[in-house]
Every structure is written in structure tokens, then in C-alpha cells.
Design a binder for this molecule. Structure first.
Ligand code: CAA
Length: 447
């Protein structure tokens, strides 16, 4: 089966979810682009968007429409060539509207799993539950005559376990996108000992068409990306607890401080508590629960996360993409308050922010903002100056930041020692391209 034939009938499971919708968008665009090539004229391309939630699927179609418009606006020259024989498409907006129609025309939103029985390629992006994944993939395989390939987006379950339990020998691979899939350039690729070379070759070809960067990970629970993120998040939670005890301040104030340290002082796109909310407190907790039994020498769980879940504080996003409240409360994309786990309500930032900022001390004048660094040719120079100034300072904010940077580096190094990542470069690439960091965790800044 050629690359094009494989992509003529595809299914995405969990298509209305956060990761599923991004995978669906990227795949729909790739399939529509193939269908527009002169050599594929007359061939059908079908993308089954499968999800249990009809409301979620309605939201998905809205998301697709908005995002495909942005995609189209960036490639009007190519689209003009593809639609060259269409005299009715004159203005750019005619061409863009036609392309949105063509991409959406590929997509079949359905709630029935049976739609996947005809597919050659299945992307699995359902919730992080091994039994559910095994059942769905096993059922599809039993009912399909196509010997389909399974690309699972699991963020933690070892692929060989799904492969064995669902009886998919050689036809499954971990193809792990990062959130949001349309933005983050990383795909972690996890082979099992049995994954076929043809599956791997296709995975590389498909990732290349999507302009993604592939980093291989060995098949250990959590892989490289969550191997780092989960430990970094647990460190953040423990640091907040220790700070609250040491300074005798409420935990919500310590959470504010650690979140600020991990965003502004460490020059990251989001603070660690904001990132937990973004991924979802519940999702982080699920991932930890999957990882924990696989790492006997570490305790990869934290009761604070369980407590938040019990209190109904889960983070994650609405289908519109807006952030739900978690550790932090959001209004119009801005943080306005922090959850008080003891009194079970949000405390407005204005009540304690100035006091905490004063406790942290001033940031060095050399401080740089994450966004300003992304395309800055002097990035390394600016970071070196800033982090050297941090190391020389004795304010609470700088001390916490240097300690955090050192811990983050140690986590990255251990991923190589534990044979999860092949090498340090891979660890750094994962954090640069999957988490949009401005620098890799294993660096000379925090020696
Ligand atoms: N779909 C499509 N595009 C999106 C999007 C989405 N869901 N969310 C954001 N974007 C686009 C915006 O439209 C914007 O595009 P333009 O530049 O063309 O306007 C661009 O991304 C930047 O967005 P914003 O300007 O709104 O905000 P920002 O600059 O702060 O970036 C962010 C937002 C990309 C989410 C950035 O904050 C970020 O990268 N944060 C870190 C996220 C992260 O760490 N992700 C990995 C989580 S772990 C994981 O995914 C693995 C797992 O298994 C749990």
C-alpha cells in the first residue's frame, strides 16, 4: 500500500478531545492536500472523526473551520496552483472558502466506532486508560479486513503492553503529539520490538509532511516528554509545600511564587502550575498513576493532585479552547486567583500578590521574556547574562529559580541514564519542540 493509499481511509479515535482535535486537523489538511494533487483526481479520501460526544464533535467542526482558514491564508499561492482550472475561483477569499470546504468534506464526524472498520490507519487519542485503549483497538482489529496500522497518542502507557493485550503484533507504534498539536513541532516516536519497518517508514514520511520533528523514545512509561514534565511538576508541588512551611505562608501564596519562578525566572511559556492546569490536573494525575508502578525507586504521585480532583478542580480546556480553572483561576486568558485547598475557594491575586512579589525580591535588570527570545539571534548570550545574574543574586526568587533549573537538568540527565532517552540532545529537543521551551533543560546555565 502506498503512502497515499494508506491515507485514503483514516480514523481518529477521541477526535473531539484536546489532542484528537489537533491530530484530526493536521490529518484532514494532509488528506485534503493529497486529494488536490492532479494524480489523485477522482480518488476518495475519508477521515472518520470518531468520538462519544456529539456536542464535542460539533465543537470540533467549528475548531476545524477556524483553523483551516488560518492554514489556507498561509498557502494561497499553492492553492491557486491547485485550483488553477477553476475559473469560478477568482479572489483569495474564494480560494480560501473552497479549501475550507474541501478539507471539511474529507471529515466524517461520527459517534460509532464501526466507522473505523474500513480504515487503513487509526490514530488513537482516547483517555489515558490502558484497558479502554486495548478494548477499542482490539475490537477494531477483529472487525477489520484491512490489517490496519495503529498510531497511538498515549502519553504514558508502554506501547508493547497495548500491542500484546490487543493482539496487534508489529502494527502499532507510539506517535505522540504535544499540546496543542497544531503548534508544538514534536512527535515522540516509540517502536516496540515488533513494530514493522514499513510502519516506521510511513510514520517518518507522515511526520515530515506535517513538518514535525521526530524524537525517538524507548518504550518506558511516560517516555521522554512526560518523563521530564511529570517529575518537574512533582518538584514544583513539593517546592510549594516546602516554601509554605518554611515561610509560614498559605499554600496558595507559595503556589503563586513557584508558578512565577518557573515562568518568569526560568523563561518558560507557562509556569508549572499553569502548565498542569493546561494539560489538566486530572490528566496529569492519570499519567502519574500509569507511570508510578513502573518506577520502583521513585514515588511518582502526589496527594495534592488527588485532593484537587476530589474537590472537583480539574483544569483542562473547554471545547472553545478557553482554559478551565485549576490550581489557578483564569479570566480572558489571564490568571486572576489561586485555589485555596484548605478553604476550598479561589483567593484573588490582588489580596496577596504584592506581598509575595516583595518576598521574592526584584528580578535582575537583565531579565528576558520568553516570547522575545523565540527568534532572537542573541538568545544564548541574553540567557547566559540573565542566569549568571540569577546565580549571583540572593533574593528568594533567584535562589528558588536556580534550584529549580538544577533539578530540571538532573531530571533530563536521569532520563538518559535510565535509557528512556537515547541521548541528552533528544531530551533537549523534546523540551524545545514539545513544550516550546527557549532552551534545553540539560545546559551549562545551571551547573
Ligand atoms: N490550536 C491551534 N493553534 C493554537 C492553539 C490550538 N489549540 N493554541 C494556540 N494556538 C496558536 C495561536 O493561534 C497562535 O497562533 P498565531 O501566532 O498564528 O496567532 C499561537 O499558537 C500562539 O498562541 P498565543 O499567542 O495565543 O499564546 P502564546 O504565545 O502564549 O502560546 C502556547 C500559547 C503555544 C500554548 C504556549 O503558551 C506554549 O507552548 N505553552 C506550553 C505548552 C506545553 O508545554 N505543551 C506541552 C504539554 S505536555 C503534552 O502535551 C504531553 C502530554 O502527553 C500531556
Amino acid at each position: 500500500m502506498t503512502y497515499e493509499e494508506r491515507l485514503q481511509n483514516v480514523a481518529v479515535l477521541g477526535a473531539a478531545g484536546k489532542m484528537g482535535s489537533g491530530i484530526l486537523l493536521l490529518t484532514a489538511v494532509e488528506m485534503a492536500d493529497l486529494s488536490l494533487q492532479p494524480e489523485n483526481k477522482g480518488k476518495s479520501f475519508v477521515l472518520n472523526a470518531i468520538d462519544v460526544s456529539p456536542e464535542g464533535l460539533a465543537g470540533l467542526m467549528k475548531y476545524l473551520r477556524e483553523q483551516v482558514r488560518k492554514v489556507a491564508e498561509k498557502k494561497t499561492v499553492w492553492l491557486r496552483q491547485m485550483y488553477a482550472n477553476r475559473d469560478d475561483l477568482v479572489e483569495n477569499y474564494d480560494i480560501i472558502d473552497e479549501y475550507i470546504f474541501d478539507v471539511l468534506n474529507v471529515v466524517r464526524p461520527v459517534t460509532s466506532m464501526a466507522a473505523a472498520y474500513e480504515s487503513n490507519l487509526i490514530f488513537e487519542a482516547v483517555s489515558e486508560n490502558r484497558d479502554l485503549k486495548v478494548k477499542l483497538l482490539g475490537d477494531i482489529d477483529k472487525n477489520s479486513k484491512n490489517n490496519p496500522w495503529f498510531f497511538t497518542n498515549t502519553s504514558s502507557v508502554p506501547i508493547n503492553l497495548i500491542e500484546g493485550d490487543a493482539g496487534l503484533d508489529g502494527r502499532i507504534i507510539g506517535f505522540h503529539f504535544y499540546n496543542p498539536p497544531a503548534v508544538q513541532r514534536l512527535v515522540e516516536l516509540i517502536k516496540t520490538e515488533k513494530t514493522g519497518t514499513d510502519v516506521v517508514e510511513f510514520a517518518h514520511a507522515y511526520a515530515k509532511k506535517l513538518r514535525k520533528i521526530i524524537v525517538p523514545s524507548n518504550d518506558f512509561a511516560g517516555f521522554v516528554g512526560n518523563g521530564h514534565f511529570m517529575r518537574d511538576a512533582l518538584h514544583g508541588i513539593k517546592e510549594a509545600e516546602a516554601l509554605a512551611a518554611e515561610k509560614n505562608i498559605p499554600l496558595y501564596q507559595a503556589i503563586y511564587i513557584i508558578n512565577k519562578v518557573t515562568q518568569d525566572y526560568l523563561v518558560r511559556p507557562m509556569g508549572i502550575f499553569q502548565l498542569i492546569d493546561y494539560v489538566g490536573v486530572d490528566v496529569v494525575n492519570f499519567i502519574l498513576n500509569v507511570m508510578n508502578p513502573h518506577y520502583k525507586d521513585e514515588e511518582l504521585r502526589h496527594e495534592l493532585l488527588e485532593k484537587l480532583m476530589e474537590q472537583g478542580v480539574k483544569g483542562g480546556q473547554y471545547s472553545s479552547g478557553a482554559q478551565k480553572d485549576g490550581f489557578l483561576k483564569y479570566k480572558g486568558g489571564r490568571v486572576t486567583a489561586i485555589w485555596d485547598i484548605h478553604k476550598q475557594h479561589y483567593v484573588e491575586l490582588e489580596k496577596f500578590k504584592d506581598e509575595c512579589d516583595e518576598m521574592m525580591g526584584d528580578m535582575p535588570d537583565s531579565a528576558v521574556a520568553w516570547k522575545s527570545l523565540l527568534r532572537n539571534k542573541k538568545k544564548d548570550e541574553l540567557l547566559t547574562t540573565f542566569f549568571n545574574d540569577l546565580k549571583a543574586a540572593s533574593t528568594l526568587g533567584s535562589v528558588l529559580a536556580v534550584k529549580y533549573g538544577q533539578r530540571s537538568k538532573a531530571i533530563g540527565e536521569k532520563l538518559v541514564v535510565d535509557n528512556v532517552a537515547h541521548n541528552i540532545d533528544d531530551v533537549n529537543t523534546v523540551m524545545l519542540t514539545g513544550f516550546f521551551h527557549a532552551y534545553g533543560p540539560v545546559n551549562n546555565f545551571f551547573d
